[in-house]
Design a binder for this molecule. Structure first.
Ligand SMILES: [Zn+2]
Length: 366
């Protein structure tokens, strides 16, 4: 079920066409008012998601039960799963050969403890695909959002750490055969700097293609098991210019290529966390860039949607209640057609922020 609402900023009784002509008063068609990381009202007698103004919840794939799905659906809301693709660190305990290898030819330590996995490890990929298939087969969910779908890196901070990886034997062989780049029989520690220096663009594109191919396979499984369910991704919100193009060069996220397989992009413009605590407008600038990049305006009928996840919880830097409406307003401007926030688990204790959030969501739902 799609719940659509038109919200005319500052104008009562307007029509879409009239408002579209007014600069500064964009029409908002916000179909999704989401909660990430928990379910408000769950296990509370008489509580309803609509009391909160929400019409969708996103919870980790490990937290799914049939009862939860039924409760959310009984509210007339949608339920989406968050699925960890490349950050399943526990896998390494029994499969140390899946650890990413750095440009020095050694296993690359996890930057700030963010452990990634080698993207060409066949058994790891098969394990993730099987887990994804079980999830979508077993639960009547409305969609799945890929998470951590990027290389071994710590980017969710103001000063990211993104080591060059993975130079394991398998990745080097795959790069060579896939791109037709002949590599001499030399150790990884010698090859890696030469690849980065002499074949940097091919290397970056090849890594992107490997990650995109994972998305292709997730799409295939979702369409087989639960046709009609949405495939989304939580992703790094940088433009091609931010951090000198590192979203592509280091993180291996090719948004345009992935667009072939995705229904929804959910950039993560955590303004306070990423050094923009006093500038919530940064959120809408990043979302606006994404729309231009993908050719999306947030108009009805567009095949791909942009639903950012914005930061309302404290993570290193506090988010004041007085900023909540401004953050959500920035996150719901076109091309956005939906919004959610990070994250219910830690936000629910802050009743002042929850009150502001609820007020804003209810305003969108009228
Ligand atoms: Zn590798």
């Amino acid at each position: 079920m799609v719940m659509a609402a038109f919200f005319c900023s500052g104008v009562i009784g307007c029509t879409a066409n009239e408002i579209a002509e007014l600069p500064g008063d964009p029409v908002r068609r916000i179909e999704m008012r989401g909660v990430y990381g928990g379910i408000p009202g769950e296990n509370t007698a008489g509580a309803a998601l609509s009391d909160f103004g929400a019409n969708a919840v996103f919870i980790g794939s490990g937290g799914f039960t049939k009862e939860r799905v039924e409760w959310v659906k009984s509210q007339g809301a949608r339920i989406f799963a968050e699925f960890n693709t490349m950050h399943n660190a526990r896998y390494l305990e029994e499969h140390p050969d899946a650890a990413p290898v750095g440009a020095d030819g050694e296993v690359c330590p996890p930057p700030h403890d963010w452990q990634g996995i080698c993207p060409t490890h066949p058994e790891y990929r098969a394990e993730r695909m099987n887990s994804f298939r079980e999830l979508v087969r077993n639960f009547d969910l409305d969609g799945v959002w890929l998470d951590y779908h990027h290389s071994h890196a710590s980017w969710e901070r103001e000063d990211p750490a993104m080591p060059d990886t993975c130079f394991c034997e398998r990745c080097l062989e795959r790069f060579s055969s896939d791109t037709g780049t002949e590599l001499p029989d030399l150790p990884a520690a010698t090859l890696a700097p030469a690849i980065l220096e002499d074949h940097g663009e091919e290397w970056a594109q090849w890594r992107c293609d490997v990650f995109t191919d994972w998305v292709r396979e997730f799409r295939e499984i979702l369409d087989e098991e639960r046709p009609g369910a949405l495939l989304g991704t939580f992703h790094n919100p940088w433009s091609d210019q931010d951090f000198d193009g590192d979203r592509i060069r280091k993180l291996a996220i090719d948004l345009k290529a992935q667009a072939e397989y995705l229904d929804v992009f959910s950039p993560m413009p955590y303004h306070a966390r990423f050094g923009h605590a006093d500038d919530p407008e940064w959120i809408s600038r990043q979302v606006s860039w994404l729309g231009s990049y993908l050719g999306l305006e947030g108009k009805p009928g567009e095949a791909i949607k942009i639903w950012p996840i914005v930061q309302l919880s404290d993570w290193g830097t506090e988010v004041p209640a007085s900023q909540v409406a401004e953050i959500l307003e920035a996150g719901t401007r076109p091309p956005s057609t939906g919004v959610m926030f990070f994250a219910w688990g830690s936000l629910k204790e802050h009743t002042d922020r929850v009150g502001e959030l609820s007020k804003f969501y209810k305003g969108l739902s009228q």
